[in-house]
Design a protein around this ligand. Structure first.
Ligand code: CUA
Length: 362
């Protein structure tokens, strides 16, 4: 091989590698990471990218050189020269990828096992999903529930995730975590948040009509602020001595003891805690969802169904497919609210919906 060819090939490789490196580094492809696990995932990612850039540079250089240097004249229709194998070359291009792929496998295995390792003083949080909402419940605080995921900075977190209906997936880009949530299984994710802030929490598995609306937030708080919040939640979720009804449920919201006078506020909090706003419009709650029927129009829906308003609203929550407003798909509204809401919560929600619908009407 001539010295000039080697210099030309090297020059082309440097240019191709430089362009690929600029494409990799200049745009901000990834959101700023916010967990210890994310740092390791990013290391793996950039390790693979660096290898890819190296291979790209070599392949692009040889290809461009061959196209330019060995180009045949326009009127040349002869066969090319016969080429026989080159054992040394074949061993080289088998051995190098073998070493690279093995290196990637080792790095990935170390990162995954470290990210999944149990740490001391782990905070456990139960995650329950259903179309199309998230419920986070804290066993350390009498199973108090929250529609957003609040986490203390710097502490190891374990999420134990369940689905009540179809497959969903937990994804927080800043944590670099994605894990399916499969009915009948409990899947876990470990996170050690290391940056304060509010990050989008997304369902990352197509789960039905409201999939794109199945979003929440992960809020990383200072440990002291988190402890104060958790204590507050624990207090309001603690079982009230006498006023609770017979039904206990795993996903009750924070408002189990209510008097009739505060039922409108209680109903609003049940509405918000159960994700109703991701699918429904209701001006009293500032909700603008469009997957399901517009709850400001409940009075006329009940008239069309020829049912008394309160009974109609109650039935539509507990048994949503008994009557589906025309123009809306059947089978989209979860059928689980009859079990997941306590009687007190259901009554508060019905009262709230009836009141706001009547106000809207008059
Ligand atoms: Cu749940 Cu997509």
């Amino acid at each position: 091989m001539r010295k000039g060819s080697i210099v030309a090939l090297l020059g082309l490789a440097v240019i191709a590698g430089g362009v690929a490196t600029a494409v990799a580094l200049v745009p901000t492809w990834l959101p700023k990471d916010a967990s210890r696990e994310a740092g390791r995932i990013d290391f793996t990612f950039w390790f693979v990218i660096a290898i890819c850039i190296g291979i790209f540079a070599v392949v692009a250089a040889v290809m461009i050189y061959a196209v330019v240097r060995f180009r045949v004249p326009d009127d040349d229709f002869e066969d090319g020269p016969p080429i026989h194998g080159h054992t040394g070359l074949e061993i080289t291009w088998t051995a190098i990828p073998f070493v690279l792929v093995t290196a990637i496998a080792i790095v990935s295995a170390i990162v995954l096992s470290r990210n999944d390792a149990e740490a001391g003083n782990t905070l456990r949080i139960d995650v329950t999903t259903q179309q199309f909402l998230w419920t986070f419940s804290y066993p350390d605080a009498h199973d108090a529930t929250s529609p957003v995921l609040r986490l203390p900075e710097g502490r190891s977190i374990e999420l134990d995730m369940r689905s009540l209906d179809v497959i969903h997936a937990f994804f927080v880009p800043e944590f670099r975590t994605n894990e399916d949530i499969v009915p009948g299984l409990v899947t876990t994710v470990h996170i050690t948040p290391d940056r304060l802030g509010t990050f989008p929490l997304i369902c990352n598995e197509l789960c039905g009509l409201g999939h794109s609306l199945m979003r929440s937030q992960a809020i990383v708080m200072k440990p002291a602020a988190f402890d104060a919040w958790l204590k507050q939640q624990g207090k309001s979720a603690a079982p009230a001595p006498a006023s609770t009804t017979g039904t206990t449920s795993t996903s009750t919201s924070t408002s189990t003891s209510t008097t009739p006078s505060s039922s409108s506020a209680a109903g609003l909090s049940v509405f918000n805690a159960n994700g109703c706003s991701s699918c429904h419009t209701l001006s009293a709650a500032g909700a603008t969802g469009t997957v399901g029927p517009d709850l400001d129009k409940l009075v006329s829906y009940a008239q069309q169904a020829k049912q008394p308003l309160a009974a109609f609203v109650n039935k539509s929550i507990v048994d949503p497919n008994a009557y589906v407003e025309s123009g809306y798909p059947k089978g989209v509204m979860p059928e689980t609210f009859g079990q997941s809401l306590s009687k007190t919560q259901l009554d508060a929600l019905v009262t709230f919906l009836v009141q706001s619908a009547q106000k809207k009407k008059g």
